[in-house]
Design a protein around this ligand. Structure first.
Ligand code: SAM
Length: 291
């Protein structure tokens, strides 16, 4: 079995002129990418009001995924790191605006201007260090931080990914949560090796009803269970629905140090020969809460 493209070469090298053309002329790939994109649009859950939205297609390649956004009546900006893929998108006269950019360096859009984002089969590339300067964690942080900033509050990003293993999926999701997103992973067809697909469904802003992670599709049309216990780590659906940004730990029983303690400490410092400000009526005074 051929190994995943991410394991073969950096994206801008792997998707050279030949590969980009081969990718875009394969009817099998076109069909798969269209289905993944349609599902991503469904999970975006945009209001059903016929108003065109401004969407991002991150790792847009030759525009196969972006075409689904056009078909759904939206405007889109696609960005990709591979010039050959973008050349084909231009050749195919896709409707979206195209940018040559590396998502690992952050997305340079103004805050809050984007109504939603999809990414199909691209974000897992960030887990690879393709150059000595690449630090996957830094790149994931830059990507999710900038994605969060450019999305309007309450907007969603749906990222279909092919993580190599559970640890990689958790790494990606962890950086999404740290950036401020709420949401989780939707796993479609969790019991099928071929059809199983994973989508990070992320909502920008604090958790609310709209950030509840939707159910995945099962082969029988039922939602997938979070408690799949197949024993195969890679084939388990994840029980991470509705994970929120981790709360900051509050220190419990933190003792407030009083004036006596401060005066004693200052005296100790003086005895050690340190320059210590004089004691005044302001020493160790209680400050007002600012907000
Ligand atoms: C499998 S293709 C998918 C393309 C398109 N989304 C589709 O559905 O046909 C993955 C794409 O992700 C792009 N990609 C990978 N790493 C990237 C990065 N760091 N920044 C931008 N694009 C990247 C690749 O160049 C490639 O075009």
């Amino acid at each position: 079995m051929a190994s995943r493209p991410e394991l073969q070469a950096p994206p801008e090298i792997f998707y050279n002129d030949d590969e980009a053309r081969k990718y875009t002329s394969s009817s099998r790939i076109m069909d798969i990418q269209a289905k993944l994109s349609e599902r991503a649009v469904e999970l975006l859950a945009l209001p059903d009001d016929d108003v065109p939205r401004l969407l991002l297609d991150i790792g847009c390649g030759s525009g196969l995924s972006g075409e689904t956004l056009t078909e759904n009546g939206h405007h889109w900006v696609g960005l990709d790191i591979s010039p050959s893929m973008l050349d084909i998108a231009v050749e195919r006269e896709v409707e979206g605006d195209l940018l040559l950019a590396d998502m690992g360096q952050g997305l340079g859009f103004r805050p809050g201007v984007i109504d939603g984002a999809i990414s199909i089969s691209a974000v897992q590339w960030l887990c690879n260090a393709d150059k000595s300067s690449h630090e996957p964690r830094m790149r994931l942080r830059a990507f999710f931080g900038s994605l969060y900033r450019c999305l309007a509050r309450g907007a969603r990003a749906v990222l279909q990914v092919y993580p190599e293993n559970l640890a990689q999926r958790e790494l990606i999701l962890g950086f999404a949560m740290r950036a401020g997103f709420s949401g989780g992973v939707v796993v479609d067809y969790p019991h099928s090796t071929k059809m199983r697909k994973e989508y990070l469904v992320l909502t920008c802003g604090s958790p609310s009803l709209s950030s509840v992670t939707p159910n995945g599709k099962g082969e029988d049309g039922e939602s997938c269970s979070d408690e799949d216990d197949s024993g195969d780590e890679e084939n388990q659906s994840v029980s991470v629905s509705d994970r929120n940004r981790p709360r900051k730990k509050h220190k419990l029983n933190k003792k407030v140090k009083g004036r006596d303690w401060v005066l004693r400490k200052k005296e100790q410092m003086r005895r050690k020969g340190n320059a210590v400000p004089l004691d005044t009526k302001y020493t160790a005074r209680k400050r007002k809460a600012r907000f």
